[in-house]
Design a protein around this ligand. Structure first.
Ligand code: SAH
Ligand code: MG
Length: 203
Protein backbone atom coordinates (compact mmCIF):
# COMPACT_ATOMS: atom_id res chain seq x y z
CA UNK A 1 0.00 0.00 0.00
CA UNK A 2 1.31 3.39 -1.02
CA UNK A 3 0.35 6.10 1.48
CA UNK A 4 -0.01 9.24 -0.61
CA UNK A 5 -0.97 11.34 2.39
CA UNK A 6 2.28 10.47 4.13
CA UNK A 7 4.19 11.40 0.99
CA UNK A 8 2.46 14.78 0.94
CA UNK A 9 3.55 15.31 4.56
CA UNK A 10 7.14 14.44 3.66
CA UNK A 11 6.98 17.06 0.91
CA UNK A 12 5.60 19.80 3.19
CA UNK A 13 8.14 19.07 5.92
CA UNK A 14 11.01 19.07 3.42
CA UNK A 15 9.93 22.39 1.94
CA UNK A 16 9.63 23.90 5.42
CA UNK A 17 13.17 22.72 6.18
CA UNK A 18 14.40 24.26 2.89
CA UNK A 19 15.55 20.91 1.58
CA UNK A 20 15.88 21.27 -2.21
CA UNK A 21 13.44 18.54 -3.25
CA UNK A 22 12.51 18.06 -6.87
CA UNK A 23 10.25 20.80 -8.26
CA UNK A 24 6.68 19.98 -9.29
CA UNK A 25 7.11 20.66 -13.00
CA UNK A 26 10.39 18.70 -13.09
CA UNK A 27 8.63 15.80 -11.41
CA UNK A 28 5.81 16.03 -13.96
CA UNK A 29 8.35 15.58 -16.77
CA UNK A 30 10.06 12.69 -14.99
CA UNK A 31 6.69 11.06 -14.39
CA UNK A 32 6.09 11.01 -18.17
CA UNK A 33 9.52 9.49 -18.72
CA UNK A 34 9.03 6.84 -16.04
CA UNK A 35 5.67 5.76 -17.40
CA UNK A 36 7.11 5.59 -20.93
CA UNK A 37 10.31 3.74 -19.96
CA UNK A 38 8.89 1.52 -17.20
CA UNK A 39 12.30 1.05 -15.51
CA UNK A 40 12.99 -1.93 -13.26
CA UNK A 41 16.05 -0.48 -11.57
CA UNK A 42 16.64 3.20 -10.85
CA UNK A 43 19.72 4.75 -9.28
CA UNK A 44 19.42 8.11 -7.57
CA UNK A 45 22.36 10.23 -6.42
CA UNK A 46 21.11 12.54 -3.64
CA UNK A 47 18.27 11.04 -1.58
CA UNK A 48 17.71 13.90 0.87
CA UNK A 49 14.65 12.69 2.82
CA UNK A 50 13.44 10.27 0.16
CA UNK A 51 10.85 12.49 -1.50
CA UNK A 52 11.84 12.03 -5.15
CA UNK A 53 12.66 8.33 -4.64
CA UNK A 54 9.16 7.81 -3.22
CA UNK A 55 7.61 9.66 -6.15
CA UNK A 56 9.49 7.39 -8.56
CA UNK A 57 8.06 4.30 -6.85
CA UNK A 58 4.63 5.90 -6.95
CA UNK A 59 4.82 6.11 -10.76
CA UNK A 60 6.54 2.75 -11.31
CA UNK A 61 5.35 0.61 -8.40
CA UNK A 62 7.45 -2.40 -9.38
CA UNK A 63 10.72 -0.52 -9.64
CA UNK A 64 13.60 -0.79 -7.21
CA UNK A 65 15.34 2.49 -6.39
CA UNK A 66 18.90 2.46 -5.08
CA UNK A 67 19.62 5.91 -3.70
CA UNK A 68 22.76 7.46 -2.22
CA UNK A 69 22.84 10.09 0.55
CA UNK A 70 25.88 11.62 2.20
CA UNK A 71 24.14 13.12 5.23
CA UNK A 72 23.41 10.45 7.84
CA UNK A 73 20.58 12.35 9.50
CA UNK A 74 18.81 12.83 6.19
CA UNK A 75 19.39 9.21 5.20
CA UNK A 76 17.84 8.09 8.48
CA UNK A 77 14.83 10.33 7.94
CA UNK A 78 14.53 8.99 4.38
CA UNK A 79 14.49 5.43 5.72
CA UNK A 80 11.71 6.33 8.17
CA UNK A 81 9.79 8.08 5.42
CA UNK A 82 9.82 5.18 2.97
CA UNK A 83 8.69 2.91 5.80
CA UNK A 84 5.79 5.24 6.64
CA UNK A 85 4.81 5.50 2.99
CA UNK A 86 4.88 1.71 2.74
CA UNK A 87 7.57 1.29 0.09
CA UNK A 88 10.63 0.34 2.18
CA UNK A 89 11.05 -2.82 0.12
CA UNK A 90 11.42 -0.75 -3.03
CA UNK A 91 13.95 1.80 -1.82
CA UNK A 92 17.50 0.90 -0.83
CA UNK A 93 19.32 3.81 0.80
CA UNK A 94 23.11 3.78 0.61
CA UNK A 95 24.69 6.12 3.15
CA UNK A 96 27.93 7.80 2.19
CA UNK A 97 29.65 9.92 -0.41
CA UNK A 98 28.47 8.99 -3.90
CA UNK A 99 31.97 9.72 -5.23
CA UNK A 100 33.14 6.77 -3.15
CA UNK A 101 30.05 4.56 -3.37
CA UNK A 102 29.47 4.71 -7.15
CA UNK A 103 32.73 2.91 -8.07
CA UNK A 104 31.69 0.02 -5.79
CA UNK A 105 28.35 -0.50 -7.59
CA UNK A 106 28.06 -3.08 -10.32
CA UNK A 107 24.42 -3.53 -11.25
CA UNK A 108 22.98 -2.05 -14.41
CA UNK A 109 20.32 0.60 -14.10
CA UNK A 110 17.58 1.57 -16.55
CA UNK A 111 17.51 5.16 -15.30
CA UNK A 112 20.02 7.14 -13.25
CA UNK A 113 18.93 10.40 -11.62
CA UNK A 114 21.68 12.81 -10.57
CA UNK A 115 20.59 15.33 -7.92
CA UNK A 116 23.44 15.94 -5.46
CA UNK A 117 26.57 18.08 -5.11
CA UNK A 118 26.82 20.09 -8.33
CA UNK A 119 30.59 20.33 -8.16
CA UNK A 120 30.67 16.55 -8.60
CA UNK A 121 28.32 16.30 -11.59
CA UNK A 122 31.10 15.50 -14.12
CA UNK A 123 32.28 12.60 -11.92
CA UNK A 124 28.71 11.43 -11.42
CA UNK A 125 28.16 11.45 -15.18
CA UNK A 126 31.21 9.30 -15.81
CA UNK A 127 30.09 6.76 -13.24
CA UNK A 128 26.51 6.89 -14.50
CA UNK A 129 27.65 6.06 -18.04
CA UNK A 130 29.37 2.98 -16.64
CA UNK A 131 26.37 1.92 -14.55
CA UNK A 132 23.52 2.56 -16.99
CA UNK A 133 22.13 -0.11 -19.30
CA UNK A 134 22.50 0.14 -23.05
CA UNK A 135 19.70 2.44 -24.24
CA UNK A 136 19.11 3.64 -20.67
CA UNK A 137 18.69 7.23 -19.48
CA UNK A 138 20.80 9.54 -17.35
CA UNK A 139 18.85 12.49 -15.99
CA UNK A 140 20.48 15.40 -14.15
CA UNK A 141 18.52 17.97 -12.14
CA UNK A 142 19.41 21.64 -11.57
CA UNK A 143 21.55 21.65 -14.69
CA UNK A 144 20.80 25.31 -15.51
CA UNK A 145 21.15 26.39 -11.88
CA UNK A 146 18.86 29.41 -11.65
CA UNK A 147 20.01 30.55 -15.06
CA UNK A 148 23.65 31.04 -14.03
CA UNK A 149 24.88 28.20 -16.23
CA UNK A 150 23.75 29.81 -19.50
CA UNK A 151 24.62 33.40 -18.53
CA UNK A 152 28.03 35.05 -18.29
CA UNK A 153 27.57 35.27 -14.55
CA UNK A 154 30.90 34.52 -12.91
CA UNK A 155 31.02 36.33 -9.61
CA UNK A 156 28.53 34.23 -7.77
CA UNK A 157 29.78 32.33 -4.76
CA UNK A 158 28.59 29.18 -6.54
CA UNK A 159 31.07 29.82 -9.35
CA UNK A 160 32.64 26.36 -9.12
CA UNK A 161 29.24 24.66 -9.20
CA UNK A 162 28.40 26.62 -12.35
CA UNK A 163 31.74 25.67 -13.90
CA UNK A 164 31.12 21.99 -13.24
CA UNK A 165 27.55 22.11 -14.52
CA UNK A 166 28.85 23.67 -17.75
CA UNK A 167 31.41 20.89 -17.91
CA UNK A 168 28.62 18.33 -17.47
CA UNK A 169 26.65 19.81 -20.36
CA UNK A 170 29.74 19.80 -22.54
CA UNK A 171 30.53 16.16 -21.68
CA UNK A 172 26.92 15.11 -22.21
CA UNK A 173 26.62 16.80 -25.58
CA UNK A 174 30.06 15.86 -26.94
CA UNK A 175 30.17 12.19 -25.88
CA UNK A 176 29.27 10.09 -28.92
CA UNK A 177 27.47 7.52 -26.80
CA UNK A 178 25.03 10.11 -25.47
CA UNK A 179 22.08 11.84 -27.06
CA UNK A 180 21.35 14.73 -24.75
CA UNK A 181 18.59 17.27 -24.51
CA UNK A 182 18.52 20.12 -22.02
CA UNK A 183 15.05 21.13 -20.86
CA UNK A 184 14.23 24.44 -19.19
CA UNK A 185 11.76 22.75 -16.90
CA UNK A 186 12.20 23.57 -13.19
CA UNK A 187 15.84 24.38 -12.48
CA UNK A 188 16.93 22.75 -15.74
CA UNK A 189 16.94 19.08 -16.60
CA UNK A 190 19.51 17.25 -18.74
CA UNK A 191 18.23 14.01 -20.25
CA UNK A 192 20.75 11.74 -21.96
CA UNK A 193 19.97 8.54 -23.81
CA UNK A 194 23.00 6.26 -23.66
CA UNK A 195 23.85 4.03 -26.62
CA UNK A 196 26.61 1.81 -25.38
CA UNK A 197 26.78 -0.60 -28.27
CA UNK A 198 28.37 0.78 -31.41
CA UNK A 199 25.79 0.33 -34.17
CA UNK A 200 28.55 -0.32 -36.72
CA UNK A 201 29.64 -3.36 -34.74
CA UNK A 202 26.38 -5.05 -35.63
CA UNK A 203 26.65 -4.56 -39.37
N1 SAH B 1 16.54 14.05 -4.78
C1 SAH B 1 16.00 14.71 -3.59
C2 SAH B 1 16.73 16.00 -3.27
C3 SAH B 1 18.21 15.85 -3.13
S1 SAH B 1 18.95 17.30 -2.42
C4 SAH B 1 14.54 15.01 -3.83
O1 SAH B 1 14.21 15.54 -4.91
O2 SAH B 1 13.71 14.70 -2.97
C5 SAH B 1 20.64 16.86 -2.60
C6 SAH B 1 21.13 15.85 -1.58
O3 SAH B 1 22.37 15.36 -2.03
C7 SAH B 1 21.37 16.44 -0.19
O4 SAH B 1 20.59 15.76 0.77
C8 SAH B 1 22.86 16.22 0.05
O5 SAH B 1 23.16 15.85 1.38
C9 SAH B 1 23.18 15.09 -0.90
N2 SAH B 1 24.58 15.04 -1.36
C10 SAH B 1 25.38 16.08 -1.66
N3 SAH B 1 26.57 15.65 -2.07
C11 SAH B 1 26.53 14.30 -2.04
C12 SAH B 1 27.47 13.27 -2.34
N4 SAH B 1 28.70 13.58 -2.75
N5 SAH B 1 27.09 11.99 -2.18
C13 SAH B 1 25.85 11.68 -1.75
N6 SAH B 1 24.91 12.61 -1.45
C14 SAH B 1 25.26 13.90 -1.58
MG1 MG C 1 17.43 19.02 -7.50
Amino acid sequence: MFDLEKLEKVKIKALEAHIPIIMDDTLEKIKEILIEENPKKILEIGTAVGYSASQFVRFVPNAIVDTIELDETRAKEAQENVQKIGIAEHVCILVGNAVEILPTLEGKYDIIFIDANKGKYPIFLQEAIRLVKDNGLIIADNILYKGYVMSDYNKHKQRTAVKHLREYIQMATENEKLETEILEVGDGLAISRVKKVDENENL
